[in-house]
Write a protein that binds this ligand. Sequence first.
Ligand SMILES: C[S@@+](CC[C@H](N)C(=O)[O-])C[C@H]1O[C@@H](n2cnc3c(N)ncnc32)[C@H](O)[C@@H]1O
Length: 208
Amino acid sequence: MADKTLSDPVFSGDWASYYEKTGQRPPRATLIRALDSFDREERPDNALAADLGCGSGRDTIEILRRGWPVHAVDASRDAIDGLLARPDLPKNAHIDTQLARYEDMSLPQCDLINAAFSLPLCPPDAFPGVWRKVHDALRESGRFSGQLYGDRDSWAGREGMTFHDALEIDALLAGFEVEYLEEKEEDSVTPRGTPKHWHIFHIVAKKT
Ligand SMILES: C[S@@+](CC[C@H](N)C(=O)[O-])C[C@H]1O[C@@H](n2cnc3c(N)ncnc32)[C@H](O)[C@@H]1O
């Protein structure tokens, strides 16, 4: 029997319908936590955020709305085009975009790096280098917000994707003060309605 999950954009690369279904959804809770933490502190001079795997911009728009300049990265031209065409893109938004895979991207120095449900979409042999780029691009006291996939996720083992167990997550977060870490497992569906076991680590961490 054909594996229905293979029609999911994660495997087919057809992100257009994903963007259509999710683009207007509210920003991710992890992003809101990170932005709220910055709001409680003095925002650094020349603050800059990056949104990795920005998709059609549900998080990018919120970062811009809060007055941050954003460097948005995605490997899909549909994502970047869709983001720049959004009617709710704030006027005079400070946004620049990079059409690139994480493996090839170069990142400016940032105070916030957001990667919502996006960084695991790179092969395991490339992930350490990508995570190193994220770590190195964050200024001291900068924050990472986003999700990583757990090893009990039903997609674990799929080619081109990276999964971590709890100990590996702890190791990745060495060098950060962990402000929020929630490991969540549930049986639910993908945005396309395909049943899936989700095993997700929701993270907000501050570089020390
Ligand atoms: C599941 S979507 C998440 C989009 C958005 N962050 C959100 O929360 O709705 C993953 C995004 O990552 C992008 N992506 C997947 N693999 C990538 C890679 N290796 N490098 C850069 N972008 C990638 C896809 O094009 C897609 O827009």
